[in-house]
Design a protein around this ligand. Structure first.
Ligand code: ADP
Ligand code: MG
Length: 391
């Protein structure tokens, strides 16, 4: 007798010490018992007062019906329902979130005589996850707004540079015409000034237009038969006069292989022009060597154009932002060498749009090597015929 009394006491001590709410009910939803924590939560001073009460005594009808339905489901199925999250209105009117696990309660014969439940207060956890969800939603909204602002900015820049280019072409075109025709020396000097100011401006507007087109995914590529050796030679010829004036040696490292591939000749030319003109600009009086070769990489044929110079080189820190728009190695570069820092950004984006890439190797004071890598695509029947007709 004393033993049974002390084990009852022990049991209620254990139940009251548990940091979770515990209660058990009969088949009709009447409470048979609970621990102190649960009693407090439903507004009772003593757990014993709960015996015989139902959820309809503590909760709104709607909530009591939900709890009752949960109980019936567990009793009918004969298996536990684990970690079900439900809101619960407390005796003091406050709403909390609970995570309830309910188990069928069986007598010694194994008959289900009710349910035993444990409940955790997960209000704080729910608040934190609601807050996280709200933050994520805010971030998504902000990201979408930024993306659409950036898209409209790109479209605006593309339209504006297009609008600038037309009159600028007219100004430069007519100035060139007048410059050719004029015999008046002072007019010739003025026209040279207009051209000297206008041509770089046209270059800048073209670069910005290209970059915004690439950014907006509006750059179209035109497939055609192209001889990389011919494209590179033409670029070298175009820059030969300027290089010679600067005392720079511009040459092939070795006779280039002659082959044709499917590519976009203008875009390829633009990439090579950017790399070779940079090399000439930063290696005045030095040597610029260009090489062309074919390679297999990951089972695909590629052609590589390397431009190696003996110029000022690039520090590791400068290297990390080399291909970003408007990134020049130092602020002094623009003053000393001109340029706006768009060439390499355009070159990389063009190369990537064509299925390749461009990489740089360099150390400060030790020159630089830029390598353009592009897919070497075999000519289809039609294009190779056209190319033959041209050849
Ligand atoms: N061959 C090179 N040698 C040294 N620095 C280079 C070379 N090519 C590019 N750079 C560095 O990268 C920067 C960006 O090049 P680029 O995008 O072509 O712009 P820009 O020629 O208008 O300055 C240059 O300003 C320069 O600092
Ligand atoms: Mg450049």
């Amino acid at each position: 007798m004393r033993n049974s009394a002390s084990s009852d006491l022990m049991l209620s001590l254990v139940l009251d010490a548990m940091p979770v709410r515990v209660f058990w009910k009969d088949r009709d939803g009447r409470y048979l018992g609970c621990n102190q924590l649960f009693a407090q939560e439903v507004g009772l001073n003593d757990p014993r007062e709960i015996v015989g009460k139902t959820d309809f005594d503590f909760c709104t009808t709607e909530q009591a019906e939900t709890f009752r339905a949960d109980d019936i489901e567990v009793m009918n199925a004969g298996v536990a329902s684990m970690s079900v999250e439900r809101p619960a209105v407390l005796a003091n009117g406050e709403t909390v979130w609970v995570e309830a696990s309910k188990h069928p309660l069986r007598d010694s014969a194994g008959e289900i005589i009710g349910v035993l439940a444990t409940c955790l207060d997960i209000t704080e956890r729910r608040k934190a996850s609601d807050e996280r969800a709200r933050l994520i939603e805010d971030l998504i909204t902000a990201r979408d707004a930024a993306l659409s602002a950036s898209a409209s900015k790109s479209a605006f820049v593309a339209n504006m540079s297009h609008e600038l280019r037309t009159p600028l072409n007219a100004i430069i075109g007519y100035s060139e015409l007048l410059r050719e025709e004029t015999t008046d020396e002072s007019a010739a000097r003025d026209l040279d000034r207009i051209l000297a100011a206008g041509r770089p401006l046209r270059g800048l507007v073209n670069d910005i237009l290209d970059l915004s087109k690439l950014g907006a995914g509006r750059m179209m590529l035109h497939d055609e038969a192209v001889s990389p050796a011919v494209v590179v030679s033409e670029v070298m010829e175009a820059l030969a006069l300027m290089a010679a004036k600067d005392g720079t040696t511009l040459r092939w490292a070795a006779p280039p292989p002659s082959f044709s591939t499917i590519s976009d000749a203008l875009k390829l030319r633009q990439c090579v022009l950017n790399l070779v003109s940079n090399a000439c600009k930063f290696a005045k009086g030095g040597v610029v060597e260009v090489s062309l070769k074919r390679e297999w990489r990951a089972g695909a044929s590629e052609f590589l154009i390397s431009v190696r110079d003996t110029g000022i080189g690039i520090s590791p820190e400068q290297m990390s932002r080399l291909f970003q728009p408007f990134a020049q190695a130092e602020h002094g570069i623009a003053r000393q060498y001109g340029g706006t820092g768009l060439g390499l950004a355009i070159t990389r984006q063009l190369a990537q749009a064509m299925g390749g890439d461009v990489v740089a190797e360099s150390a400060l004071g030790e020159g630089a090597t830029f390598t353009l890598r592009l897919p070497n695509r075999p000519l289809s029947g039609k294009l190779s015929l056209r190319q033959k007709a041209v050849a």
